[in-house]
Design a protein around this ligand. Structure first.
Ligand code: CA
Length: 362
């Protein structure tokens, strides 16, 4: 390796260690707090008020922006349905009705199929790997380029860590048992499930429990033990399946691009740092609270693994979906190629480090 390449690659590797630091720190070398200019932004979320981890995470983000800016940057957080409905946040930020939103990227695959890749891939990268791809492997540049067509500027606004596969009213003993099942499952996972015979449904958080209880849906995925327990799914669907479809979903803090461009460099830097902090904190909080909640699941809950024919078929079908979407959309193809290039780079290193550690420590 040439010396210059070595220095460049070394710098990338060292930078990757500091995931908790500012996003794109090279852009913010000289910062003075502009105390004179008070800015207030309206941010809507897709969650109920102070919803644990995701909602409280965005509350803490807003508080941090205020603190770091000496009170000059106020981000007013509105829970879902106060200013706009949960899943209207993308459009209403795009058309400047509100300034920003906090949501899950996987909700927007209908806008541009490529967005599902920035939200996370079934059987793909974990949260830590996703953030690395975004910040160092080119993912963020592509995400911003594609969101700019909607007049939006995204930042990573948290990540969930590995999610569970969902709650089922009946056991899944073979591929056949998925046929005709109605399941709340968004994103690429939903698309794969559809090809396995499932009828996927997109429902915002507030409507899932009632749909499951009344039998409007037969199964639902949500996140993991901590949040799933609060939703009460264990009461109506006792079979809790291990995950495959969301190994590391990305949440977003996204701004109207014109509004973002009117912000001072200082306020942009503060938002960027607070979003990075939120991402690290949310991942850690999810891990801790999920581990705790797993210990406290009711005894009636049975943890299950999908049968091997389901996983084998899901892998096959996922490849079909990726190939078809790549043929239909040049954006999807471009995002997928970048994602897969990082996957290829990362895999041999992951094999001899994380995967090995987890295997030997038992
Ligand atoms: Ca989920």
């Amino acid at each position: 390796m040439k010396r210059r390449e070595f220095i460049k690659n070394g710098a990338i590797a060292m930078g990757a260690i500091g995931l908790g630091g500012c996003q794109r720190p090279q852009e913010h070398q000289s910062i003075t707090i502009n105390k004179g200019k008070k800015t207030t932004l309206k941010l809507s979320t897709s969650w109920p008020a102070h919803f644990p981890i995701m909602g409280t995470g965005v509350d803490a983000f807003a508080a941090r922006c205020k603190e770091l800016s000496g009170g000059t940057l106020e981000i007013k957080v509105y829970p879902k349905d106060i200013l706009v409905p949960a899943l209207a946040v993308f459009d209403t930020t795009s058309n400047a009705q509100i300034d920003a939103f906090h949501s899950g990227v996987y909700y927007w695959k209908g806008k541009n199929s490529a967005f599902s890749i920035f939200g996370g891939m079934p059987l793909g990268l974990t949260s830590e790997e996703m953030v690395t791809w975004m910040h160092f492997g080119g993912g963020m540049e592509l995400w911003r380029k594609m969101y700019a067509k909607f007049n939006l500027y995204p930042l990573i606004g948290g990540t969930t860590g590995p999610q569970m596969g969902g709650w089922f009213k009946k056991q899944i003993l073979s591929l056949q048992d998925l046929k005709g099942l109605k399941m709340r499952i968004p994103g690429l996972g939903g698309e794969v499930m559809e090809r396995l015979g499932v009828n996927p449904v997109l429902l915002p958080p507030g409507e899932i429990y009632t749909a499951l209880e009344r039998g409007t849906i037969d199964a639902t995925e949500w996140v993991g033990p901590a949040l799933d327990t609060l939703m009460g799914f264990a009461k109506v669907a006792p079979y809790y399946y291990k995950g495959w479809h969301e190994p590391g979903s990305i949440l977003e803090i996204t701004f109207n691009l014109n509004r973002w461009n009117t912000l001072s460099k200082e306020h942009q830097a503060i938002i960027s740092c607070a979003a990075s902090e939120m991402t690290t904190n949310m991942l850690n909080e999810f891990r801790y609270k999920n581990a705790l909640a797993l210990q406290e699941l009711p005894e009636s809950v049975e943890i299950k693994e999908f049968p091997s024919d389901v996983i084998t078929k899901a892998k096959e079908v996922l490849q079909e979906v990726l190939e078809e979407e790549s043929r239909k959309s040049s954006d999807f193809k471009e995002a997928l190629e970048s994602y897969q290039a990082f996957e290829k780079l990362n895999h041999p290193y992951d094999d001899i480090t994380t995967r090995n550690f987890l295997n030997i420590r038992g």
